[in-house]
Design a protein around this ligand. Structure first.
Ligand code: MP5
Length: 215
């Protein structure tokens, strides 16, 4: 079993909980209550915008052999933001003046704190977790879909072969870093990957419940 697959196995319960979140099933079968997808769209737009900063910091710390891969991801995220903007226009959703919900804020801060205070491989593992989470989650939506969705372009984007290939590239890069990791470091990577899966679960949950700040 590869190093990345071993890490994934250690967080299986949290991963399955994330994939079983009702937001995904309801998106797939069209039963999501009105406004819930739009909440996700607005919040994830903010998430991706901040994620670009995380990738930039990761790139600055990256070993030479991973720089091109990480560097090319930045324009891809700008393209993704254009997809959000175009879908928002299509759905009549405003992206102006949105405040980050607690989980969106916390998740972005977790990414930034990780890249500033933890090792490169620890930060890279968190990136792998967040990308794999979207690949697996949207592929699950695609599989459960019974009819065309108004949100099809998002579903197709993250369940595409191209996105799966990107996640696979990340897995291979993570495998190439395995040699740097002793037992303590591996435990640390598992903990960070688990936390990433939990943030992802919590993000779906926020979209479904609309949970915001108390005041
Ligand atoms: C991604 C995302 C990763 N957009 N939002 C969350 C909450 N988790 C992960 O996907 P990408 O392609 O980096 O936007």
């Amino acid at each position: 079993m590869t190093f990345s697959a071993q890490l994934m196995r250690a967080v299986e319960p949290q991963w399955q909980a994330m994939l079983a979140h009702p937001f995904l099933r309801q998106t797939a079968d069209g039963t999501l209550p009105a406004g819930r997808f739009e909440t996700w769209l607005r919040q994830d737009y903010l998430f991706v915008r901040e994620d670009i900063g995380f990738i930039g910091c990761l790139l600055a710390r990256s070993p030479v052999h991973l720089r091109r891969m990480l560097g090319e991801f930045i324009p891809a995220l700008h393209q993704e933001m254009a997809l959000f903007e175009s879908m928002a226009r299509e759905l009549g959703v405003s992206l102006e003046g949105v405040e980050a919900a607690p989980v969106c804020h916390a998740y972005n801060m977790f990414l930034l704190a990780t890249v500033h205070t933890r090792s490169f491989v620890e930060s890279f593992t968190v990136l792998y977790g967040s990308e794999k989470a979207y690949c697996d989650s949207w592929t699950r939506v695609k599989k459960l879909q019974t009819r065309q969705s108004p949100y099809q372009r998002f579903i197709d984007h993250w369940s595409s072969d191209a996105f799966a290939a990107w996640v696979n590239q990340l897995a291979q890069a993570l495998d190439s870093l395995a040699g740097r990791c002793g037992a303590d470091e591996v435990k640390c990577l598992e903990d960070l990957l688990r936390l990433t899966a939990r943030y992802e679960y919590w993000f779906w949950d926020m979209a479904l419940t609309g949970a915001g700040w108390p005041a």
